[in-house]
Structures are given as structure tokens and as C-alpha cells.
Write a new protein. Structure first.
Length: 273
């Protein structure tokens, strides 16, 4: 009896096994196929499938972990660094300005002189004009030379004065008359300086205490004569006493000392008003 019941149970299960029921315990489970989304080699990935790009930003310092005192210290340090940067910037700007000024000055010095620059060009032109006019002077073999832009006429003291005095000789009158006439002819209205010079020999005991006193007296004698006895005007003349300070040659010889004792008539390129 029990055997028949077992057969009946087996026979009852056969329809279910044959029909392939999803709940069939004897059916082998199958693994579902996996679909790959990766593109084949050589094919670009679609843009919509890419993960969103994130910008790489520099990390800013975080002060969340600091307390109040630490924050104040950090703030003070930041302000100090900012002040130092500002001072360095000011120093750099000042150095740049100084360098620019020096560069501009060096360019101005190196720039070729143009007629508009005036001073140097005018001085050169005045010297050339004075040298050209100097050749027209006729002053009885007196030494005449160009000194910069002025013309110097040397008159030996022995042709003008009694030895060691400011007393004018008769021959000196003739010399001064000739010189004044030539100056008025070639350089009319020009400024004229009367300069007294002496050699290095000591002054003999007498009227003068120094070489400057003697040369001042001699220049004044010539000055007075030119004002009173020649066409030259007082407003165009002035006198200078150099003493023995400006020898034209060495005082080591008698001839040199003799030449250094002199009156110089110095003609300037400027005219008196």
C-alpha cells in the first residue's frame, strides 16, 4: 500500500517537470548576460557619459581651528607683511624714478649740441668772431692774444710808468692813445677791463705796502687817462688789480719778470648798454 502511494506521488510530479515550471526544482538557473557600456577601441566616449569636471582651486587657509587670540596674531602678522610689501614697493618706485632721472641726464649730456642750446654754441661763435676781429688791430707790436672769448692786449709797465710807481711816462701817453683808438675802431662799445699785473719781486720800501696796492694804482692811472683823454666811455670800462697772482710767464728770469710787470687791456665780446 505504501508503495502505491509513493508511485502516485511521483506520477503527480511528472506534469510539472515536463511543463518547465519556473518553480521546477530540477531546472538549472541561468546567469543573465552582462551589457558593457565601454566603447570599442578607437571610438570616443560620449560626452553625456563622462563624469562632471571640477575646477582645481587653490586651497585657502582655514582659520576654523584657531581661537580669538590666535586669529588676532595671524591678523597682525598679515598686516605686518602687507606693510613691508608696501614699503618695498615704494623703495622700488623711488629707485626706478632715480634711475630714470639719471638716464635722462646722461642722454641730455650725450646729446649733440644744437644751435638752440645756446650757451656753448654762442660762446664758440663769440670766440670765433673775436679772433677774426683781433687780426685787424694795429697796436705797435704789442703782444695780443685770444683768451677764451676775450682779447688781451699786453702793455709792458716800463713803457707806461716810472719804475716802481704809478706815474705815467710821456711815452705811455702815446701808447695808450694808440691802443684806445684801435679798440674803439675794431671793438666799438665793447666792455674793456684794465688789469694791473706785477712780478714776484718784493716791493721796495716806500709808498706801496703790497703788489696789489701798486697794480691797483697803475690800473687806476690808465683808467683815468682813457676816460679823460680818449673816446672810450666810463660805462664800458672797469679795473682789476691782480698783483703778482697771474704771471703770463715764469718769474725765474729777468726777462720773465719784466714781461709779467704789465697792464692788460681786456676786450670782452659783450657790448656796454
Amino acid at each position: 500500500m505504501a508503495i502505491f502511494r509513493q508511485l502516485f506521488s511521483i506520477v503527480g510530479l511528472l506534469p510539472m517537470l515536463l511543463l518547465g515550471c519556473s518553480h521546477n526544482l530540477l531546472r538549472k538557473e541561468t546567469t543573465p548576460a552582462v551589457i558593457s557600456l565601454e566603447p570599442p577601441p578607437g571610438v570616443a566616449v560620449p560626452a553625456h557619459t563622462l563624469p562632471p569636471a571640477t575646477a582645481s582651486l587653490p586651497e585657502s587657509p582655514s582659520y576654523a581651528h584657531l581661537d580669538g587670540r590666535q586669529l588676532e596674531t595671524a591678523l597682525a602678522r598679515s598686516q605686518t607683511e602687507n606693510q613691508l610689501m608696501q614699503e618695498e614697493l615704494v623703495a622700488v618706485r623711488e629707485q626706478l624714478a632715480s634711475t630714470s632721472a639719471q638716464l635722462a641726464a646722461s642722454r641730455a649730456v650725450a646729446r649733440p649740441l644744437s644751435p638752440a642750446d645756446g650757451t656753448a654754441a654762442q660762446a664758440a661763435g663769440a670766440a670765433a668772431a673775436m679772433q677774426s676781429a683781433m687780426g685787424q688791430l694795429s697796436v705797435d707790436a704789442l703782444p695780443v692774444r685770444l683768451d677764451g672769448a676775450v682779447v688781451r692786449i699786453e702793455i709792458p709797465a716800463e713803457r707806461l710808468f716810472e719804475p716802481g710807481t704809478a706815474n705815467l711816462l710821456p711815452a705811455g701817453v702815446a701808447v695808450l692813445t694808440q691802443v684806445s683808438a684801435e679798440v674803439e675802431r675794431v671793438f666799438p662799445g665793447h666792455f674793456l677791463a684794465i688789469e694791473g699785473h706785477l712780478d714776484s719781486e718784493p716791493i721796495a720800501a716806500g709808498t706801496w705796502d703790497s703788489a696789489h696796492q701798486l697794480t691797483a694804482a697803475q690800473a687806476a692811472t690808465v683808467f683815468d687817462f682813457l676816460i679823460e683823454r680818449t673816446p672810450l666811455d666810463e660805462s664800458q670800462m672797469f679795473l682789476v688789480a691782480h698783483g703778482a697772482n697771474h704771471p703770463v710767464v715764469s718769474n725765474a728770469t729777468a726777462a720773465g719778470r719784466r714781461r709779467n710787470r704789465r697792464i692788460e687791456c681786456v676786450i670782452y665780446p659783450e657790448r656796454a648798454p
